[in-house]
Design a protein around this ligand. Structure first.
Ligand SMILES: Cc1ncc(COP(=O)(O)O)c(C=O)c1O
Length: 448
């Protein structure tokens, strides 16, 4: 074998492996946060050079300058956006997944890995109550999962309805649907028609029906199973009734909240999901896997295959009878990014997953109960899942912003303002089973 132009990298592999192994178990630093490019340039120095700076120097820069300038997503007091709380098993296995360097696009190249990913998808499929013929793949995140599902929905409508309507296609959702739905609409060049929400903020079948009847160009309904801002689950049962009656594809965006399918105390909210056509959930949000990972499932994967399969002469050899993840979404090359979830599920068992999701639901309910009973705060919605939204009557926007910044800089809590009914309010998103309601209550006391 000729000598590699990169030399013997064995020592480098061990050094990086040791760093990663130590990092996986190191407690997080809640004060880590972004810095300016100028500061980073000053402290990191020049790293890309003609002859290279060597692995030791590069790793030192990563450890001492670059990682401290990233946010600890899994700190138990990071309650902003939708954080992430991967199990150590899942994070460690991400390393193993990279080391195996599997091409996860086609069965012939990645069969073992794809088989394991499909085992994890089968667990989600069972939670959905879908038939065993359902299936899917893992993509990078909810945004690409939603886009891939909606592309399949539109392609199916085009086939079934004999072409494109004169005015072009449209999709419908509530205004509370995630911004990635509007982004998908823009990429697909389909109109996004908003449907009014009920007094609990939900999209319902009753509001949906007249809109679908008035717009035959609608090719998909997007329901949220856990909106990002308030954790609201749309009325999936009545939405499924209307979609079934009118023959329209029902897509459920459970990027955040879909994890609660595993929680018996929340399962009732999802009634109707068993009739959806496509579904996404991000394991990097509330299913304890690291970035990046979105499980995308179709009731009938054949429809996805018809929409997504890429054809080219160099791809003619692909066995199309096999389960090829590349045929099911907007991607071709892909890492087997479902493996960390599979490993963590296989290691810990699904019961621990259910318990861990339940724990965040309990934390959210306890914090909501404290806010409801407090004199200085006002709970704006009873949490359906694990997002708690509240305000501090009498405070200006400047006061909210200053409090939130102070809490972040001092590492006490990451709690960012959002908007609810056009007013600035505060929002907490619980996905980490290590978050303790008593500690959250302690910081909310500082809002007095
Ligand atoms: C409901 C919902 N859908 C979609 C997304 C987009 O997911 P991603 O950031 O993984 O692309 C998010 C992100 O927070 C979300 O909460």
């Amino acid at each position: 074998m000729p000598e590699s132009p990169f030399g013997d990298e064995t020592g480098i592999a061990r050094m990086v492996g040791d760093w990663a192994a130590e990092r996986v178990v190191r407690p997080t630093d809640p004060k880590s946060s972004a810095r300016t490019p100028e500061e980073l340039h000053r402290d990191a120095g020049v790293t890309i050079t003609h002859d290279g700076i060597g692995a030791e120097a590069a790793l030192r820069v990563f450890d001492t300058v670059l990682v401290p300038a990233t946010r600890a997503q899994d700190d138990p007091m990071n309650l902003a956006y939708i954080p992430s709380a991967p199990t150590r098993a899942a994070v460690a296995f991400d390393l193993a997944t990279s080391a195996a360097n599997v091409f996860g696009g086609i069965w012939e190249a990645g069969a073992g890995a794809i088989f394991a990913e499909n085992e994890a998808l089968a667990w989600i499929r069972e939670l959905l109550g879908w038939p065993s013929t359902a299936g899917g793949t893992f993509v990078s995140g909810g945004t690409s999962g939603n886009l891939s599902a909606l592309h399949a929905a539109r392609a199916t409508a085009r086939t079934r309805r004999g072409g494109r309507p004169e005015q072009g296609w449209a999709i419908v959702c509530a205004a509370s649907a995630h911004s990635s739905i509007r982004s998908a609409g823009s990429v697909l060049d389909v109109d996004v028609i908003p449907v009014p929400q009920d007094d609990r903020g939900r999209l319902t079948g009753a509001a949906l029906r007249p809109v679908l009847e008035a717009h035959p160009e609608i090719c998909a309904v997007v329901a949220s199973a856990g909106t990002t801002n308030t954790g609201t689950v749309d009325e999936l049962d009545t939405i499924a009734d209307v979609c079934q009656d009118l023959g329209v594809w029902m897509h459920v965006d459970g990027a955040y909240g879909g994890a609660a399918l595993a929680a018996p105390s929340a399962r009732d909210l999802f009634r109707g999901i068993e009739r959806a056509d496509s579904f996404i959930v991000d394991p990097h949000k509330w299913l304890f896997a690291p970035y990046d990972s979105c499980a995308l499932l179709y009731r009938d994967p054949e429809l996805a295959r018809a929409a997504h399969s890429q054809h080219a002469s160099y791809l003619d050899g692909i066995d199309r009878e096999a389960t090829n993840p590349s045929d099911l979404a907007i991607h071709l090359s892909r890492r087997a990014r479902g493996l960390p979830l599979w490993f963590s599920l296989a290691t810990h068992g699904t019961a621990r997953y259910s318990e861990s999701v339940e724990r965040s639901l309990t934390t959210a309910r306890e914090v909501a109960a404290y806010i409801r009973g407090s004199e200085h705060l006002r709970l704006l919605l009873d949490p359906m899942l694990s997002v708690v939204i509240f305000d501090r009557p009498g405070w200006s926007e400047e006061q909210y912003t200053a409090w939130s910044k102070h809490m972040a800089i001092t590492g006490q809590v990451l709690c960012l303002p959002t908007r609810f009914q056009d007013e600035m309010v505060l929002r907490l998103a619980f996905v980490n089973p290590l978050t303790e309601s008593a500690q959250v209550v302690e910081v909310l006391e500082t809002l007095r």
